[in-house]
Write a protein of this length. Structure first.
Length: 501
């Protein structure tokens, strides 16, 4: 354990300090389990950043978690409680039954006006004791700061608050607004046990909310800016995927039987199937059959629960496609053996996509994942350097969870015409993302368009890198057993080209 808390001893100092979850799962994950009992924390953010919602949410989840938990919500603002509750009541975490016994709302506006910070401290001490509160939220710290006659008086107030918190064991959240971009380190920031900052910024025309833990005494935490949303359920935080998955949740198990792709011919090209718990990139131009091959892969083993994560086609569209091609997955979709998650490519946060993906995999014990649209996912990540790191982390986590994955990425239409084994920038950095790469291409010969498929690499496998022709018909991709027809097409293509030169 690193860092140090206030000098007052607290419970269980040797067994580690007791955690008080904020009830916001993503934030608790960032903090390594929650706040510490008896600690004082500042939640700072611009107006409308979500401080009041976060503070209330912490109270409701805390009070609802255990019959002995009590929360005290103290406001220093002129804003009436009725008005604030009017804003909070529609949110999912709200529970009127907890008021007033387990959650008490209190206005300290008057005390502060009449008796200053001393009056406020007295009120907090009395009420925390009287209600036996284990969580105290003080909303509008800035009003207390304005009341202070000097910087010293305010620092003394914070110090007294810490002493009280340590003595009662109540965890204290101080909510305060700060002028955006204030670079000055406020004295109270150095004093408290932790500082959480909520902010909002524009990404193109979209406004994105960010949460950053700037300081957290007593344990490590996930550093950096994490995306969050305010939804009808309150604050939802998405820890940065690459930070959250820095270490896979379990040990890898890379050995195991090969996994069928759903196409015996492709299995043979791969040297007997996909290495177990590996990830495969399907690269090819629009319309070549990537989604079809992915659906074939998901439906290849009825005993393995599957998950399709798509950006382009809705579940209804996929069902139609699966039925039209008589893919085995059609029945599995009807039976609910394959989950379909769909995220329009225009909205959404990349960390939200990753969190949804991993939650569904864990909850449904998914063994096969097909992610259709790596490019759409890449567009969701505003910071393009992140995508390779995110995918490397995701790949490692899927392997640890025993999942075999397949992703698609779009290449341009002229994959073969340039005589290069592959062209298009879509594959850059692909090696760190995918352990296996399968390339699908169109070959244009006179008036016909032929489809060919090849395996570029497969982890620890003896692949057959020769091209195969294929068609799409009932059952999915019908891949030829041998390379003869593909070779004949290529020979003819070269011949035709030489004739032109
Ligand atoms: N159901 C909801 N869905 C999405 N956003 C919501 C919802 N309810 C409230 N919001 C947003 O939450 C924000 C208000 O949050 P909150 O009142 O917690 O902010 P605050 O930081 O306390 O602001 P202030 O500085 O004014 O006290 C607003 O931006 C509002 O648009
Ligand atoms: Mg507020």
């Amino acid at each position: 354990m690193t860092g140090s808390g206030p000098s007052t001893p607290r419970d269980g100092a040797y067994g580690g300090l007791e955690r008080v979850p904020t009830g916001i799962a993503g934030l608790d994950a960032i903090l390594g389990g929650g706040l510490f009992r008896g600690g004082v924390y500042i939640v700072q953010g611009t107006p409308g950043a979500g401080k009041t919602i976060l503070g209330n949410q912490a109270c409701y989840t805390h009070a609802g978690a255990h019959p002995e938990n009590r929360a005290l919500y103290v406001t220093l603002l002129a804003e009436s409680h009725a008005r604030m509750l009017g804003h909070i009541a529609p949110l999912g975490f709200f529970d009127a039954g907890l008021i007033p016994d387990r959650i008490t709302y209190l206005s300290a506006f008057r005390s502060l006006q009449d008796e200053g910070l001393t009056g406020l401290l007295t009120l907090l001490r009395r009420e925390t004791g009287a209600r036996d509160a284990s969580l105290v939220v003080l909303d509008g710290l800035v009003a207390a700061e304005e009341t202070a006659r000097s910087a010293l008086e305010f620092k003394t107030f914070i110090h007294e608050l810490q002493t009280q918190a340590a003595a009662t064991g109540a965890t204290v959240l101080l909510l305060t607004s700060a002028s955006a971009g204030a670079a000055m380190v406020a004295a109270e920031h150095t004093m408290v046990d932790g500082l959480i900052e909520l902010s909002s910024r524009l990404s193109g025309r979209r406004a994105e909310r960010d949460l950053e833990v700037r300081k957290f005494r007593g344990s490590g935490f996930l550093r950096g800016r994490h995306a969050f949303r305010i939804t009808d359920d309150g604050v939802v935080v998405y820890p940065r995927t690459e930070a959250r998955l820095r270490v896979p949740s379990r040990r890898d198990h890379v050995d195991g039987p090969k996994v069928t792709t759903g196409s015996p011919a492709l299995d043979a090209m791969l040297g007997g199937g996909l290495p177990s718990h590996s990830t495969t990139m399907l690269a090819g131009p629009a319309g070549i059959g990537k989604t079809t091959l992915g659906l074939q892969f998901l439906g290849a083993d009825p005993d393995e629960p599957g998950l399709m994560y798509g950006f382009y086609e809705s579940e209804a569209a996929l069902r139609v496609k699966a039925r039209a091609l008589a893919l085995p997955i059609a029945g599995m979709m009807e039976a609910g053996q394959v989950a379909v998650l769909w995220q329009p490519a225009t909205e959404g946060l990349i960390d939200e996509v990753c969190a949804d993906l991993l939650d569904t995999i864990r909850n449904r014990r998914v063994r096969r994942v097909f992610l259709d649209g790596l490019d759409a996912m890449r567009r969701l990540a505003e910071d393009q350097d992140r995508i390779v790191r995110i995918f490397a982390a995701l790949t490692a986590e899927l392997r640890a969870l025993g999942v075999t994955g397949m992703y698609t990425t779009e290449t341009d239409l002229h994959g073969l015409a340039s005589d290069l084994p592959m062209s298009g920038t879509a594959l850059r950095g692909a090696s760190s993302i995918a352990e296996n790469i399968v390339l699908l291409r169109f070959v244009e010969l006179r008036s016909s368009l032929h489809r060919v498929i090849s395996v570029i690499k497969a982890r620890d496998s003896r692949i057959d890198p020769r091209l195969r022709g294929f068609d799409i018909r009932e059952g999915g991709l019908a891949i030829e057993d041998g390379p003869e027809r593909a070779e004949a097409i290529l020979a003819e293509l070269r011949h035709a080209r030489r004739g032109r030169e």
